[in-house]
Ligand binder design. Structure first.
Ligand code: SME
Length: 161
């Protein structure tokens, strides 16, 4: 038997559909934030193999590094700074095809070329962000935004309601 979240589906939307369906049981009964976010990053890595996948959590007026898969990253990001801080300040997903073109991008790794950051929003408050980096340009598009926002909605429902 193949490990969970190992797919041979090439169509991106279909892969997300399968992934979300397979992952929902993992957040049905567990509501511990660190544990659920850690498994989310592991499952996303298995399913999609991106270069860096992680969460930054709002703590004491900053984004603090949370569970992640990938290289060592910066601990704290200020409101409105970088891609993550912008997603927090604007409470909207940021799709960045070329990180060098994003003013104020924070380079935790020189290998990152494109990025998507999706805010975790519960009851109108941003509680954190999901940050995914690719070592290729223009990896993320509206399909990624659509499905990652659905995933983050499920996470918020499981963790913050
Ligand atoms: N690039 C992010 C910083 C976090 S690292 O990518 C892990 C940013 O500009 O906010």
């Amino acid at each position: 038997m193949e490990p969970a979240f190992t797919y041979h589906i090439t169509d991106k939307a279909a892969r997300y559909e399968q992934f979300i369906s397979d992952f929902l049981p993992y957040i049905a009964d567990e509501h511990e934030e660190v544990s659920v976010l850690a498994n989310t990053t592991a499952a996303l890595r298995q399913a999609f193999g991106w270069f860096w996948i992680g969460f930054y959590i709002v703590r004491d007026g900053l984004l603090l590094l949370g569970p992640f898969q990938g290289d060592v990253a910066c601990y704290r990001i200020r409101h409105g700074r970088g891609v993550c801080g912008t997603a927090w300040a604007e409470a909207t997903t940021q799709v960045v095809p070329d990180v060098e073109q994003f003013p104020g991008h924070i380079a935790c790794s020189g290998s990152s070329r494109s990025e998507i950051v999706v805010p975790l929003i519960a009851n109108g408050d941003v509680r954190g962000v999901l940050d995914i980096d690719s070592d290729q340009l223009a990896t993320f598009d509206e399909t990624d935004r659509h499905y990652l926002e659905i995933l983050c909605k499920h996470l918020c429902d499981a963790l913050y309601q």
